[in-house]
Ligand binder design. Structure first.
Ligand SMILES: C[S@@+](CC[C@H](N)C(=O)[O-])C[C@H]1O[C@@H](n2cnc3c(N)ncnc32)[C@H](O)[C@@H]1O
Length: 388
């Protein structure tokens, strides 16, 4: 059972976590006991298996950590009481296994076992591929990370409405090896993207932010789905590429939420016109064009991964423009420490920050979970932090 680590803001006191308002009480994971850890130790173990029959986590659940709150400092507390207060009470994302399984289901082409010959062959092939690319990259002295110019070029043809919608088509017949705990699938990545949205939805339902910023919002898929779920919140996307912003604005101008986005949403749409109010700004995560404390919640989804060259500036900027909370669904180094995943991250020049780097950049980690379904060769987890 899960070794959840719950440290209250009052030092030395162990307490149970609050249930998320969006989670049905009967579907809450069972928590047998809580233990204390050194809040500085933020590394979490690999994905743990879950049981979808009753929505509860099985076996070792040490991949989830809730980290010490500490003191609120710096900014005016009055300006963002609800989010600050929610953070003080402790954040815990309670997406059930049943919800995750449901979100993934339409994306799955084939279920495999880790001992299957096919799966082991795939694993060997990936290891070879990324090890070769990693050493090729290191030998050629490529600079780590991708430049903003290269990213603009890369996405020019990719961030068109057609390709953006294809990317989120859960029935797409383009499969990649995905793992979730000890489960192995050949599935398309729209399924894992839906799970990211479930985590964000649960977090937003707990924090009640009035304004939310996504940094590296691409064509806006996350923001559109979230706005359809939380129509009262002011959502903004900041995106580097002109192509991404252009496509996102074109979608925002549709009278009704496009069917592709409605199908992509892991939960039924509440308001199919709210996407029209999402705003998009072109700019770089390394220098956000917003005043300090502009948003109650700032989040990223697989966008910091491409900001290795500006990693520290981007994290400092997230802390600066957040008035309360930050959430990052990203490949932190803690989750890509070795093996295929490490080779892939280095080969691609991806983000290599450690969770322990966040504190010095103005972000106090409160909660992490690395049990999300993910590509076999890429460790992704969520960290929720308080912006100090
Ligand atoms: C893999 S895509 C993810 C997009 C979106 N977050 C999603 O989940 O669909 C990464 C995005 O980050 C953007 N990006 C990369 N570097 C950036 C930077 N320095 N500032 C702002 N956006 C950036 C890219 O242009 C791209 O749209």
């Amino acid at each position: 059972m899960r070794n959840a680590l719950a440290l209250g803001s009052a030092p030395g006191r162990l307490r149970r976590d609050r249930a998320s308002p969006s989670s049905a009480p009967e579907s809450q994971p069972q928590q047998s006991h809580f233990s204390r850890v050194d809040p500085k130790v933020t590394t979490s173990a690999d994905s743990a298996p879950r049981d979808t029959r009753n929505g509860s986590h099985l076996k070792n659940e040490s991949h989830v950590q809730i980290l010490d709150g500490g003191v609120v400092n710096g900014k005016s507390v009055e300006a963002f009481v609800p989010v600050r207060r929610a953070l003080e009470n402790g954040v815990r994302i309670n997406v059930t296994d049943a919800e995750i399984a449901e979100a993934l289901a339409p994306s799955i082409g084939r279920v495999l076992h880790s001992r299957d010959k096919d799966w082991r062959r795939l694993k060997r092939r990936l290891l070879l591929k990324w090890r070769t690319r990693r050493y090729r990259r290191l030998l050629s002295f490529w600079r780590q990370g991708t430049s903003e110019k290269e990213l603009n070029y890369k996405y020019e043809g990719k961030w068109t409405p057609t390709r953006a919608f294809k990317r989120i088509d859960v029935s797409r017949d383009q499969h990649t090896p995905i793992i979730w705990g000890d489960r192995c699938y050949l599935a398309n990545t729209a399924g894992t993207k839906r799970v990211h949205l479930l985590y964000l939805m649960d977090l937003i339902a707990q924090l009640h932010p009035r304004s939310v910023l996504e940094v590296g919002s691409g064509t806006g898929q996350n923001l559109f789905v979230l706005s359809a779920q939380f129509p009262g919140i002011a959502f903004t996307g900041l995106e580097l590429t002109a192509a991404g912003v252009k496509t996102a604005r074109a979608i925002a101008s549709c009278a009704k939420l496009p069917d592709e986005l409605a199908r992509f949403s892991p939960r039924p749409i509440r308001d199919d016109t709210a996407h029209r109010h999402v705003e998009f700004v072109e700019g770089s995560g390394s220098s956000l064009p917003f005043p300090d404390g502009s948003f109650d919640l700032v989040y990223t989804v697989l966008a910091l991964e491409q900001m290795e060259r500006v990693r520290e500036d981007a994290l400092r900027e997230i802390a600066r423009v957040s008035a309360g909370a930050a959430a990052m669904i990203e490949p932190f180094r803690d989750w890509n420490a070795s093996g295929i995943a490490r080779n892939r991250v280095v080969a691609k020049g991806y983000f290599s920050a450690r969770l322990s780097d966040l504190r010095s950049l103005g972000l106090e980690p409160l909660f992490t979970d690395s049990s999300l379904p993910r590509k076999l060769d890429f460790g992704v987890g969520i960290v929720v932090a308080r912006a100090n």
